[in-house]
Design a protein around this ligand. Structure first.
Ligand code: FAD
Length: 419
């Protein structure tokens, strides 16, 4: 039998120390970090107690603000529509966290650390945020990417199971595995209640002394290569030592010359289909997150319905003004897919739907770097369909960059602006 089981690797929790290792405070690296961006080396002094304005309370900005506050800084978090709002990419109901990342070891490691952090934060916040679902990647055969994922998971001692077509048929009788020769199961994957998580992060931030304001901001006065303040829609201004613009799909609007060529914003329909009455075979915890070339999704959680997301759909989306109404074409396509792969859902109605948008870079790497013309401004975004899970780890990383602390130089290089 080809199935290999790596469950023994599950046993070693990493703890907080491991989370913090993403950005080790290596004092001697400070002078040379992020050298691809000329502005990077200009602001490398760690500020003892800085005033920082974070613009955007999504996964990137919300966690950054919380970490900055926990580091003792004076932090104001601004959001035009509020934490977890339904326009934000982080304001959807659910997001998954898994460590399978092809050969992208730095993201896989970050996801592994983030998983530990999510569990710790769930306990700290006292809110149920996590569903231990597992994740099943399906494919006709082993691809180079799936083999790279196996190698990376092995390196990181993340448990996984490699399954044959017969394994799939036996293990998941509620799914028709036709055309799928293999499956890669990551049993430790989770589904996060995304909107609830963003609300919990912003509440923790305020409890710890941070200031949250509902306001839309844009860069204000620039003086000597530094941003002095941001201008709010009511005409007022807010000054600070440093600024983090973590505005997700809004970043190309805020910095059109710099970011419109680098970040595309396509819309995505997210559909939930009802389960047949009394049939829980495709409800959590009876079926894992699934993924194949054209579709991915989750089992029904909280009675919401079976989640189906197409992996395509490229129309540019305006997160401020575009209507969040799903297309009849996507419903028809998703239904045809379900009829084939999950026959018990054929003919079931759409019970809920969302329209979300991605903020994609060409290489799907994040963009986290200093603005080339404003040395005290960090840009943080380009989540590219995989940013949410990293929140608790990437927030600390962005916070450290914002105040000039040394960070992991390989990661700095990977997420640099100039690429
Ligand atoms: C359909 C879909 C499925 C996904 N699935 C996953 C997944 O399973 N796992 C995963 O890890 N990732 C996933 N992602 C990606 C992930 O959701 C994003 O990478 C992440 O949420 C982006 O967070 P953000 O903070 O950059 O942006 P956002 O969450 O959009 O936050 C930006 C915030 O900035 C605010 N804002 C914007 N402009 C201004 C302004 N001028 N002034 C003040 N405030 C402003 C907005 O109101 C918003 O709250 C998915 C994305 C999509 C679209």
């Amino acid at each position: 039998m080809l199935r290999r089981t790596f469950l023994q690797a599950a046993s070693a929790p990493l703890g907080l120390a491991a989370i913090h290792r993403l950005a080790p405070p290596a004092a001697n690296a400070v002078d040379t970090q992020a050298s691809d961006n000329p502005a990077s080396s200009a602001a490398v002094h760690t500020m003892p107690r800085a005033s920082v304005v974070v613009i955007g309370a999504g996964a990137f900005g919300g966690w950054t603000a919380l970490h900055l506050r926990e580091m003792g800084h004076d932090v104001t978090l601004l959001d035009a529509y509020g934490p977890g709002n339904s326009r934000a990419t982080s304001g959807d109901e659910t997001r998954q966290i898994r460590c399978g990342y092809g050969d992208r070891l730095l993201y896989a490691r970050s996801a592994q650390r983030a998983m530990v952090a999510w569990h710790e934060r769930e306990r700290e916040f006292g809110v149920a945020l996590l569903n231990p679902t597992g994740r099943l990647q399906l494919a006709p055969d082993w691809t180079p990417s799936l083999r790279a994922t196996q190698a990376t998971l092995t390196t990181l001692a993340v448990p996984f199971e490699a399954m044959t077509h017969d394994d799939l048929r036996r293990r998941y009788p509620q799914m028709n595995p036709e055309g799928m020769g293999v499956g890669l199961l990551e049993p430790g994957a989770l589904v996060i209640r995304a909107k609830q998580a963003m609300l919990a992060v912003s509440q923790a931030f305020q409890r710890k002394g941070g200031t949250l304001r509902m306001a839309r901001a844009q860069p204000g006065t620039i003086d000597g290569g530094r941003l002095v303040d941001v201008r709010l829609d009511d005409g007022s201004r807010l000054a600070a030592d440093s600024f983090v613009f973590a505005c997700g799909p809004w970043l190309p609007k805020l910095f059109p010359a710099l970011l419109a060529p680098r970040i595309q914003v396509p819309g995505r329909d997210v559909l939930y289909f009802g389960l047949p009455a009394g049939d829980q075979r495709l409800a959590f915890p009876n079926f894992p997150n699934y993924s194949e070339e054209r579709y991915y999704g989750f089992a029904s959680i909280d009675g919401r319905g079976f989640k189906v997301c197409p992996t395509t759909g490229t129309n540019t989306f305006d997160p401020d003004v575009d209507e969040r109404i799903i297309s009849a074409t996507e419903v028809r396509r998703a239904r045809a897919y379900l009829a084939q792969r999950f026959p018990s859902l054929a003919g079931q109605p759409v019970t809920e739907s969302r329209v979300c948008q991605l903020e994609n870079t060409a290489d799907e790497h994040f963009i986290i770097d200093r603005h080339p013309a404003m040395a005290n401004v960090m840009i943080a975004g380009g989540g590219s369909g995989h940013g949410f899970k990293h929140g608790p780890v990437i927030g600390r990383y962005i916070a450290q960059r914002a105040i000039g602390e040394a960070t992991d130089r390989d990661f700095d290089h990977m997420v640099r602006l100039a690429r």
